[in-house]
Design a protein around this ligand. Structure first.
Ligand code: SF4
Length: 360
């Protein structure tokens, strides 16, 4: 059997490994703390385990940094990180709206769940590149740990408080690894990120919506909706052909009934869909549901042919939804100067030089 990634292990799993190797049970909790709380990137950083025990454990477990290689900083505080994984594949992770301010109680990291994405949304740089593979639970938790470690060099008390599974990939097509990462990140002896401070975003994998409500009703659910019309959603998000709006919204209603929680609907607004008729259709579709709509003015992707709508149209769209008693927010336009739409950093890296990250 191959070695197991320590960053993908719960305390119980580490306990089993310790006991099998005649190592005291309490060592498992210590290792978990070093790896999942302090973000240790190798065995050498773990100080209170004997050399002998480490040598034994190294036969079964490995600890490896996710491989942070590049960083981009936006004027508005958004910071975007590019990771090169053990097999050379590249993923990205975005820290929204970072400020070097210890009093801030919210630092939100947007993590990737797949290398590439099979869904192929027409507005998405990742979708344009196709699918390579799923990330492991350790590669998902690793994004949180390595960004934390890197930023603790600037501010020792830096902590990631919120995680959104909204980066590259469709989280519900890598369900088990994503749920395992959520469980690990929630552990008290690790990052201790509250379940309600984590949100999984899906393009609409209907069976997993119900499954999430049953498996982990505390985690937030966001739907990449983008249009209230099947004929448009079929083009934007090919997943819609398999799970059209009627099925998707029925699953969201079932999710709310089971969890008593509001579903967030993400709607990217561009120059083509920021229209009165679209807003009215959306109000009709979501009226009466436990819904919150997040309006996101599009980040233009080179070659996609879409552009941002004027501010007045975005406000008009919001007003129509609010008149239908639907909760609405406009997501601030973060990171426009650093390509904050998913996949764009990786796409451009081939041809341009970015700031290298010193991980020492
Ligand atoms: S928007 Fe999300 S689901 Fe759609 S292709 Fe991009 S990464 Fe995949």
């Amino acid at each position: 059997m191959g070695k197991i990634d320590c960053r993908a292990c719960l305390v119980e799993e580490l306990t089993d490994i310790c006991l099998k190797n005649n190592i005291k049970k309490f060592r498992a909790k210590q290792i978990f703390g070093w790896v999942q709380q302090k973000g240790s990137q190798n065995w050498e950083e773990i100080r209170n385990i004997s050399k002998e025990d480490k040598e034994i454990l190294k036969q079964s477990l490995y600890i490896q940094a996710a491989g942070l290689v590049r960083e981009q900083r936006s004027k508005d505080g958004t910071r975007k990180f590019l990771f090169s994984l053990a097999d050379g594949e590249r993923i990205e992770t975005v820290l929204m709206d970072y400020e070097k301010d210890v009093s801030r109680d919210r630092q939100t990291l947007c993590v990737s769940t797949q290398v590439g994405c099979p869904v192929g949304c027409s507005f998405c740089a990742t979708g344009m590149e196709g699918y390579k593979r799923n990330l492991s639970a350790g590669e998902i938790t690793g994004q949180v740990l390595d960004v934390m470690r890197y930023l603790q060099k600037e501010d020792e008390s830096f902590k990631i408080t919120n995680v959104v599974f909204m980066g590259m990939g469709e989280p519900f097509l890598n369900y088990d690894a994503v749920l395992k990462a959520v469980t690990i990140l929630n552990c008290e002896d690790g990052q201790n990120i509250g379940m309600r401070r984590m949100t999984i975003s899906t393009s609409g994998v209907v069976p997993r919506i119900i499954q999430l409500a049953k498996d982990n009703p505390q985690v937030g659910l966001a739907i990449s909706l983008h249009s209230a019309k099947d004929e448009i959603r079929d083009i934007l998000i090919p997943m819609n052909k398999r799970y059209p709006l009627a099925k998707l919204l029925a699953a969201c209603n079932a999710y709310s009934a089971l969890t008593k929680r509001r579903v967030t609907f993400e709607v990217v607004l561009n120059s083509a869909n920021a229209e009165r008729s679209e807003a009215q259709e959306l109000a009709k579709l979501l009226g009466g549901m436990m819904a919150h709509v997040n309006l996101i003015p599009v980040n233009p992707v080179a070659g996609s042919g879409v552009s941002r709508p004027p501010k007045g149209k975005i406000q008009m769209f919001k007003n129509i939804l609010e008149e239908a008693k639907i909760q609405v927010s406009i997501r601030e336009e973060k990171g426009l100067d650093i390509d904050a739409a998913c996949g764009q950093l990786r796409q451009r890296l081939e041809s341009e030089e970015y700031e290298s990250v010193d991980q020492s």
